[in-house]
Unconditional design. Structure first.
Length: 311
């Protein structure tokens, strides 16, 4: 159990948030009157009072709202909580959607102190249920349900697709197949072939969004810019090659060209990353074969099931 210490808003992006004595949370939108509200996953930002006080002890003179946070909370180390955790504040309910953020341009705090805590300690949430909140209100973290849907992200790698010269058919197909099995697809991305941007997005989706499953499509062949496997291996803590091998083995029963696939599969923290082929036909065949078997592994990763053991 914790409580709200301060509520801060700003009417324009790029301006410092200032304290207010109350705020109205609107479902699927955010805080009314705040510039960062809208139809996206970062509707409300939260920061722990404990982390602000630690930063102040270094000599920083920062008011509430200076880091861009909407809610200052006491009683929770927010950055150590799991994405998907829900918070209840009176009638309102928030769902944690992201831990930390990328700092695109250093703020004034960083320029003075050489550090800023928001990129690593701030968290973001979506409003599931609206209501009026005030400083002093209790905030309660609700337990995560074991039967909550798995979350997933889909990344298409294609130079021509990114340039608008080819329609991406594989990405939407993957999303459709995942949603048909009950997955919550939190993000879909279309990137050019290449390692740098893919590695960056794989890390963000695994570390900040904490999605259970990332499926990539494209970039697994012999072309010079087909480097999806290299990017995947670079960010993984452990490999899980049985999945990629199973896809290849099954695909070889359909076409001998499957032997040319360099796809890999692996784990980054609690996220499974699987490379899929680029063509919609091969994507469908691959997913129909492996999807029914992935959920046990995903349950083990998030701690809701144990390992199988022979009797």
């Amino acid at each position: 159990m914790g409580k709200i210490i301060a509520i801060c808003v700003s009417e324009k992006k790029g301006t410092q948030k200032t304290e207010t004595d109350h705020a109205e949370l609107k479902e699927n939108y955010g805080i009314l009157g705040d510039a960062h509200a809208g139809n996206w996953h970062r509707q409300v930002s939260l920061l722990s009072l404990e982390k602000i006080e630690e930063f102040r002890q270094k000599g920083a003179h920062v008011a509430f709202g200076a880091f861009g946070e909407n809610l200052v909370t006491e009683g929770f180390y927010l950055s150590q909580m799991s994405v998907g955790t829900c918070f209840q504040i009176g009638e309102a309910v928030l769902k944690l959607t992201q831990i930390g953020k990328e700092c695109h341009s250093h703020c004034e705090i960083y320029k003075v102190m050489g550090d800023c805590i928001m990129p690593r300690e701030g968290v973001f949430a979506r409003v599931l249920k609206g209501g009026v909140i005030r400083p002093g209100d209790e905030i309660r973290a609700l337990p995560l349900s074991d039967d909550r849907p798995f979350t997933a992200a889909v990344i298409t790698l294609s130079d021509k697709g990114y340039a608008g010269e080819r329609e991406d058919k594989s990405g939407p197909l993957i999303q459709e197949m995942l949603e048909c099995r009950g997955y919550e697809v939190t993000e879909t991305l279309l990137l050019p072939d290449g390692r740098k941007s893919l590695e960056k997005q794989l890390c963000r989706l695994a570390d900040q969004r904490q999605v259970n499953l990332i499926l990539t499509t494209g970039g697994t062949g012999f072309a010079e810019r087909d480097v999806t496997p290299e990017a995947t291996q670079a960010v993984c803590d452990r490999m899980a090659m049985g999945i990629a091998e199973a896809i290849r083995q099954y695909s070889l029963t359909i076409t001998g060209r499957a032997m040319l696939s360099r796809a890999v599969s692996g784990l980054r923290k609690k996220t499974l990353i699987v490379n899929l082929p680029g063509s919609p036909k091969a994507v469908r065949e691959s997913l129909e074969y492996v999807l029914p078997h992935l959920e046990h592994g995903l349950s083990i990763l998030r701690g809701t099931e144990g390992e199988c053991a022979e009797q």
